[in-house]
Design a protein around this ligand. Structure first.
Ligand code: ZN
Length: 326
């Protein structure tokens, strides 16, 4: 039986984290007990595969979708015969407390666990409490020796670039950039499909099991881009109704912000599937064979072969695609 392409919604995989909370409930998500830090909304990673929640493919994992339809539905740049996973991982994060100060390797780090990729990520800030901040790179002229010294002295936060953050800010965090989301922010995260994090500092606090969480100082020091990896941040209020504003561009994903104020006709292309994240508001997503409600926190995977679709209502949407391989 051939199934016509349609916008896929997934049942999120929730992750308890010491720094999590209950903020993801505002998106209508059902949270298990405990401090929930991450909702993996679209995932084809062995640490948490999301299953389709709507339509004829309901119940199937994204890994099964990839096997059966990946070549057509993920698009030229979204599907690879070699790398067997969907290339992106889409999350909502509730940072009720500070995340560890961390860094991710790029695809070429020799000590990467087998099958893992590097991790370039971007955040779109959905909500930020007054005074909320983010650790975003090292201060200028901090090299490996200076960072090692600061770690030894217990003064690591002194060498971090710490910036204020508010809703609507976008951060691009390429692999090799030291970073930490801090308490009081809720973000949508678009990242390479990887679960490899090296922790530099964890505030000397116990983990969920009461033990200090493992640090990875040597790996961290090895993968940090001391001269910068091209991290960027931007205010995104300039987004015009029914127009895309590019807020992140990388070899792995490109992300646009769009403010929907009236019916907006769009189309997928054979080169890539489209991922839509509703950041704010609500509306409808129509395609030739159906219509589906879209509310803040909803994430959709639109097959590359879907063709024309329409957004309608009053909502802010993030659109991600996988750029054509150069
Ligand atoms: Zn990270």
């Amino acid at each position: 039986m051939t199934i016509k392409p349609y916008p896929l919604q997934f049942k999120a995989v929730m992750k308890e984290r010491i720094w999590g909370g209950k903020a993801l409930e505002r998106f209508g998500l059902e949270l298990p007990d405990g401090a929930i830090g991450e909702g993996w909304m679209i995932s084809d990673h062995p640490n948490g595969i999301t299953t389709v929640a709507n339509g004829p493919l309901a119940g199937q994992g994204l890994d099964q979708i990839r096997e059966a339809y990946g070549k057509e539905w993920f698009g030229r740049s979204g599907f690879s015969e070699k790398n067997s996973r969907f290339p992106l991982l889409i999350k909502l994060l509730d940072c009720n407390d500070d995340l560890s100060i961390q860094v991710h390797p790029n695809d070429h780090y020799e000590q990467l666990p087998a099958g893992e990729l590097g991790k370039t990520e971007m955040w779109y800030v959905l909500d930020a409490k007054p005074g909320a901040r983010i650790i975003y790179g090292l201060k200028e002229s901090i090299d490996r020796a200076a960072l090692e010294q600061a770690i030894a002295n217990g003064s690591i936060t002194d060498v971090m670039n710490i910036v204020p953050v508010e809703a609507g800010d976008a951060f691009y965090i390429p692999a090799g950039t030291v970073h930490a989301l801090c308490s009081g922010v809720v973000v949508a995260e678009i990242q390479q499909n990887s679960d490899t994090t090296y922790r530099l500092y964890d505030y000397n606090r116990p983990g969920l099991d009461g033990q200090l969480r493992e640090l990875h100082i040597e790996d961290s020091l090895n993968v940090i881009a001391y001269n910068g990896a091209g991290a960027a941040r931007m205010k995104t209020a300039a987004a015009q109704p029914n127009n895309w504003l590019t807020i992140a561009a990388s070899p792995y994903f490109s992300v646009d912000k769009g403010v929907v104020e009236a019916a907006w006709t769009l189309s997928t292309h054979a080169s890539s599937c489209v991922i839509l994240i509703v950041a704010e508001g609500s509306g409808l997503l129509r395609w030739p064979d159906g219509v589906i409600a879209a509310n803040a926190g909803d994430c959709f995977l639109l097959p590359a072969t879907l063709g024309q679709y329409e957004l309608d209502g009053h909502m802010t949407v993030l659109r991600s695609i996988i750029p054509d391989v150069k």
